[in-house]
Design a protein around this ligand. Structure first.
Ligand SMILES: [Zn+2]
Length: 65
């Protein structure tokens, strides 16, 4: 059993051994885990507008209550 949201930070998957933290886009949608070392690099794999504009166009349907 793993507790992904526990208080203990796990090291980042990028191998830096920095504590990872969740990366959310401008809509508050979880993207992935990053650390200080790789956040920029990981963000570059996403469209920049998703972190800046909460009204970005998304190709996939999102359930909204
Ligand atoms: Zn990292």
């Amino acid at each position: 059993m793993s507790n992904l949201f526990g208080p203990i930070s796990r090291p980042c998957d990028c191998g830096s051994e920095e504590p990872r933290y969740p990366l959310y886009d401008a809509r508050g949608i979880f993207c992935t885990y990053v650390c200080d070392k790789c956040e920029k690099k990981v963000k570059s794999r996403y469209r920049p507008e998703i972190f800046e504009d909460g009204n970005y166009q998304c190709d996939e349907p999102i359930d909204e209550d």
